[in-house]
Ligand binder design. Structure first.
Ligand SMILES: Cc1ncc(C[n+]2csc(CCOP(=O)(O)OP(=O)(O)O)c2C)c(N)n1
Ligand SMILES: [Mg+2]
Length: 571
């Protein structure tokens, strides 16, 4: 994470919980929505992504008129939710605004993804006014059955807290929802009936203080970890996504430096820490990626997971095998050492105690991180996976923000060794295709001074391609690669018949005719790139059918086995 975003998160965790926050002293003339925006601004919200709608007008009018908060319009609500997610991965938190029913239900997929991947998003939803609700009126965007609470009930399952605001509850509910979102690092749902949003506040509340570690439990957890580490002849760390979500990369790095232990990362966790450092040994993906890394990690006497989640895609389809007795698992609010759980200990406190007390080892990194390089062949050669992936890896510059998609590109690029400061993002657990394009837009809004590189597949891009227009609207210049391999290659690799028709999709060439302004030829892109100091208006690079893509992709990954072994035979 960049310094900027680390600072933002620091601001979030202190300002948002300050007892003397000015936001709690609002006068009676402050409206409900103004109060909520004011508190969100206190904790670091400066943008709200969304799509307008009449039930949400009072929210949208307030956003547009609120000093220090900008409206970021999106093409549709699904895209807006992904954009908010991408923004929050850089900035720490995000806000989203949609209208009743039709808007919020389009966003619910993205909100569920944010829930799964621990991304805090404040979802502000406009609702019909209270008299319409009381009269069970047949108003638009309802199911026509006079019921108004269905959509809230649907949302409840994919957020960590929710409330329908009233002037009476708004002060307390705002504090509760802020506290929940920051504690769980997950989305919350706040609904505003149109007639409530502009009513004056009639209540006050004090920001909730985030929980602190229980000192005795903390001491026991830290001692148990230190004991396990000193008894271990070999050890390694697996820093993970939950540490990033809490803005604790510096604290993890301090532990790495103080311990002298090497670290590896899994797919969901890639680039949690700087990859250009001696302690980094590469990607640990069970049997799927680097065998030397797998052997080393699994041979260690102690393996410390720091916010890493053992999902199927992160563990190479569960081919990673960590001995529970030798595993230490540091989570946001508890720690486990072997089979013993230490509750009520905050990740931040555990890490700072470990960095202070751990004994430094002089352990030479046992494995060197692998890479996709070197680039082979001429630029005019047919595009195969062998030719393409090393070039993509080579293309990444220091400090780039790289968004990859669910599909072959995400797996392939996981093997790229990133240059200094570059960050890699992928929606690994939720894995909704179409995510990466709007998420890259959100990231570009969060970090307009950094280069954003989007690498997506043509199947995925077709779901959310409209969002490309938003980059241009805001003068943002990402580099966009769309890999056209004539269908859902990753699915072809996994299903029983690679040529089965459900893995074909709308020909991208045809889509190009429909939307010619979206794409530029490979040659034009390289020409633009090479033109001197040109801040080139980067377009979508359409990579036409890598020849014999399925076979080539598999071959290029041979030895690193991109599929579980059982599947490998069929591939
Ligand atoms: C919303 C959603 N629908 C369906 C899927 C199933 N799915 C996973 S990957 C994939 C194909 C991706 O194709 P593409 O973007 O062209 O990448 P490729 O693997 O071909 O490089 C599909 C349909 C999904 N993950 N998410
Ligand atoms: Mg494809």
């Amino acid at each position: 994470m960049s310094n900027v975003s680390t600072q933002t998160k620091e601001t979030i965790s202190t300002k948002g919980t300050s007892q003397d926050s000015a936001a709690i002293q609002k006068t009676a003339s402050t409206t409900v929505i103004e109060h909520v925006l004011s508190r969100l601004k206190d904790i670091g919200i400066t943008k709200v992504f969304g799509v307008a709608g009449d039930f949400a007008f009072p929210i949208e009018d307030a956003i547009v008129g609120f000093p220090g908060i900008d409206w970021v319009g999106c093409c549709n609500e699904l895209n807006a939710s992904y954009a908010a997610d991408g923004y929050a991965r850089i900035h720490g938190i995000a806000a989203l605004n949609t209208t009743y029913g039709v808007g919020e239900l389009s966003a619910i997929n993205g909100i569920a993804g944010a829930y799964a991947e621990h991304v805090p998003i404040f979802h502000l939803v406009g609702m019909p006014n209270l008299p319409a609700q009381a009269a069970h009126a047949l108003v638009h965007h309802t199911l026509g059955n006079g019921e108004f609470d269905f959509f809230h009930k649907m949302a409840e399952k994919v957020v960590c807290a929710s409330a329908i605001m009233t002037p009476q509850n708004a002060a307390y509910e705002t504090e509760r929802l802020i506290a929940e979102a920051l504690y769980h690092r997950r989305p919350v749902y706040m609904a505003f009936p149109t007639d409530v949003a502009n009513q004056p506040m009639v209540s006050g509340a004090t920001p909730l203080v985030p929980p602190k570690s229980d000192p005795a439990s903390l001491e026991r957890a830290v001692s148990a970890i230190l004991e396990a580490l000193s008894a271990a002849k070999t050890g390694c760390l697996l820093p993970g996504v939950l540490a990033s979500r809490a803005g604790l990369q510096d604290a993890v790095q301090a532990f790495v430096d103080a311990s002298g232990l090497p670290f590896a990362t899994m797919l969901m966790d890639k680039s949690t820490l700087e990859e250009q450092q001696p302690a980094y040994i590469g990607m640990y993906e069970g049997k799927l990626m680097d065998e030397a890394v797998r052997e080393y990690v699994e041979s260690c006497d102690a393996v410390v997971l720091i916010g890493a989640i053992l999902t199927d895609f992160s563990t190479g389809a569960f081919t990673a095998h960590l001995d529970p007795e030798k595993t230490i698992d540091i989570r946001h609010h508890h720690t486990q050492v072997g089979t013993k759980v230490y509750p009520n200990v905050e990740m931040k406190d555990v890490l700072s105690e470990l960095a202070r007390r751990v004994e430094k080892r002089n352990q030479k990194p046992p494995v060197q991180p692998g890479s996709l390089g070197p680039v082979k062949g001429a630029g005019s050669d047919p595009i195969t996976a062998d030719a393409l992936y090393p070039r993509w890896a080579d293309f990444i510059k220091p400090n780039d923000i790289v968004f990859t998609e669910t599909g072959t590109s995400g797996f392939g690029m996981a093997l790229a060794l990133l240059p200094k400061g570059a960050k890699f993002y992928n929606q690994t657990l939720w894995g909704a295709i179409g995510y990466a394009t709007p998420a890259a837009f959100g990231a570009a809004v969060a970090a307009p001074d950094r280069r954003v590189v989007l690498i997506t597949g043509e199947g995925s891009h077709q779901l959310t391609a409209q969002e490309i227009s938003q980059f241009g609207r805001r003068g943002l210049k990402p580099v966009v690669f769309v890999l056209n391999n004539s269908g859902y290659l990753i699915e072809r690799l996994l299903c029983k018949d690679p040529n089965i028709e459900y893995n074909d999709n709308l020909s991208y060439a045809c889509q190009r005719r429909l939307t010619p302004s979206f794409s530029c030829s490979r040659r034009r892109l390289y020409e633009r790139q090479q033109s001197s100091g040109d801040n080139f208006p980067r377009g979508v690079l359409l990579i036409r059918r890598p020849s014999d893509s399925r076979q080539r992709f598999v071959q290029s990954c041979a030895g690193r086995s991109l599929l579980p072994e059982a599947e490998w035979e069929r591939a």
